[in-house]
Write a protein that binds this ligand. Structure first.
Ligand code: ADP
Ligand code: ADP
Length: 220
């Protein structure tokens, strides 16, 4: 069975006069532990797909099954719980809280869920990502690469059904970008973590298990 099963989803923006078909009847499946890269030009529909998979937006038609559950018709309250427990988000701008240390940022999703972290598991994840020594540092005291690795640790620590990464290397130089994507690939393997990365940088897709190309709202 699949972690994510997308069937015939469509999304249109605009009104009667101007319509943009951001996604056209797309169908995709994602397996446990698979690291998928989705590549495509700007405006091809990558972010729209990621927002739908992240339950931040609903498709006009079609369905998305997450762990077998159709997430397109759930209430906003239920979706917020699914986002908290089952989906990890990684952004281009890292989105760390500046007034908290790296460690505090990493465990925040666990605390927000009313649970206490297992320190051994957190340290293991930080070690895998090479940020064990960054625990007490604030985001402003870390490099871009270290900040993004902290954001990856934050996404991994709740062991979500899927991690969605939107242009995670967009603000990094080539060396740090390669390292971050290599570590995402390593984490997918080591923790059997499903990861979907959207990027317009073809080279970043070299580390993925599978590469999907989207063009004008269609997978080609
Ligand atoms: P990408 O992430 O590949 O750059 P997007 O998913 O952002 O592509 O956009 C796909 C198309 O949908 C583009 O033509 C874009 O202008 C349009 N679009 C995306 N979001 C909106 C929105 N909220 N309102 C109107 N048009 C949108
Ligand atoms: P709640 O309503 O339960 O306080 P939200 O639904 O606002 O929480 O957010 C739950 C999680 O979903 C957040 O921790 C965040 O990671 C993610 N999230 C919410 N809104 C967005 C957004 N606009 N873009 C990206 N991620 C979001």
């Amino acid at each position: 069975s699949y972690v994510l099963q997308v069937s015939d989803i469509s999304k249109t923006y605009g009104n009667d006069k101007i319509k943009v078909h951001a996604l056209k009847k797309s169908s995709l499946t994602f397996s446990q532990g698979e690291f998928t890269a989705i590549i495509g030009k700007s405006g091809s529909g990558k972010s729209t797909l990621l927002r739908i998979l992240g339950t931040l937006e609903r498709p006009d038609a079609g369905e998305v099954l997450l762990d077998g559950e159709n997430i397109c018709r759930l209430s906003d309250k239920k979706l917020s719980e699914i986002r908290r427990r089952k989906i990890g988000f990684i952004y281009q701008d890292y989105s760390l809280f500046p007034e908290y240390t790296a460690y505090e940022n990493i465990v925040m999703p666990i605390h927000l869920d009313g649970r206490t972290e297992n320190k051994h598991i957190i340290k293991d994840i930080m070690n895998t990502l090479g940020i064990l020594s960054c625990g007490d540092r604030f985001p402003a005291e870390m490099s871009g690469g270290e900040q993004q690795r902290t954001a990856i640790a934050r996404a991994l620590c709740i062991s979500p059904s899927v991690i969605l990464a939107d242009e995670p290397t967009g603000n990094l130089d080539a060396e740090n970008a390669n390292e971050v994507v290599m570590l995402m690939s390593k984490a997918a393997r080591l923790y059997n973590q499903t990861i979907i990365m959207v990027t317009h940088d073809r080279q970043m897709a070299d580390y993925a298990d599978r590469v999907l190309k989207i063009c004008d709202g269609m997978f080609v």
